[in-house]
Design a protein around this ligand. Structure first.
Ligand code: PGA
Length: 254
């Protein structure tokens, strides 16, 4: 089963519209040339429209960083899946920063994923454990809960991607080792297999995220079970992000 690698850049709450334009214009021609890997940029909502204009006709795809689960109505400040459909292909759902700072529960995340899929978006569904949970040996239990509470067979048939992001590795400069990430991602794949069968488990893409950079991406891409990366800080540096995508393509491009 060949899974096309995916490298997604999560810009988080960074870049003004002008900065986003400049960053995309710098990266886009170089990213476009790199084949065999899906390349996804996730700028802030307000820059998606201009980003779409710049990336139109190129192989660079777009994603949003969040979505609400209702289609429309009195939900001041929220963005619905219908607003994103046609603007981007992917949407990050359940990022640990959303869980931590905005109180998103597995139940809310489940609703968001279903609503996103219904609108034709592909979710990048984030799971991961805290440092305390990791040190207490609870990683598998926590991931199992996140996966059971919000993981429908229907997700994976609709192109949903899983991103394993240990919370202690996000933005800290302390990534998981390739071996540890691979072991945990292998566990996630087995878990999906037990729940939904080996066909789905072998086709779902599972990314690693947490302090990925140009110096460590190769270590992750060399692991058979790791299908790419969700990159935060390093995706804001054009040269570094291009290098990450290039290495992913060299190692595992299809
Ligand atoms: P980081 O963020 O690469 O800056 O650690 C990853 C993420 O939060 O998706």
């Amino acid at each position: 089963m060949t899974r096309t690698p995916l490298i997604a850049g999560n810009w988080k709450m960074n870049t003004t519209i002008d900065e986003a334009i400049s960053l995309i214009k710098t990266m886009q021609p170089q990213l476009h040339k790199i084949q065999g890997v899906e390349k996804v940029l996730c700028p802030p909502f307000v820059s998606l429209m201009v980003a779409r204009g710049i990336t139109k006709g190129s192989s660079v795809k777009l994603g949003a960083q969040n979505v609400f689960y209702e289609e429309k109505g009195a939900f001041t400040g929220e963005i619905s899946p219908l607003m994103l459909a046609g603007l981007c292909e992917y949407v990050i759902v359940g990022h640990s920063e959303r869980r931590q700072y905005f109180g998103e529960t597995n139940e809310v995340i489940d609703k968001k994923i279903k609503a996103a899929i219904k609108a034709g978006l592909k979710p990048i569904f984030c799971v991961g454990e805290t440092l305390e949970e990791n040190e207490a040996g609870q990683t598998r239990e926590v991931l199992g809960r996140q996966l059971i509470d919000s993981s429908d067979r229907f997700y994976f048939l609709s192109g949903c991607v899983i991103a394993y992001e240990p919370i202690w590795a996000i933005g800290t400069g302390r990534s998981a080792s390739g071996d540890d990430a691979s072991r945990t991602i292998g566990f996630i794949r087995q878990f999906v297999s037990r729940q939904h069968g080996s066909g789905i488990a072998n086709s779902v893409r599972i990314l690693y995220g947490g302090s990925v950079n140009a110096a460590n991406i190769a270590e992750f891409m060399r692991k058979p079970d790791i299908d790419g990366a969700l990159v935060g800080g390093a995706s804001l540096k054009a040269d570094e992000f291009v290098s990450i995508v290039k290495q992913a393509s060299d190692i595992k491009g299809v």
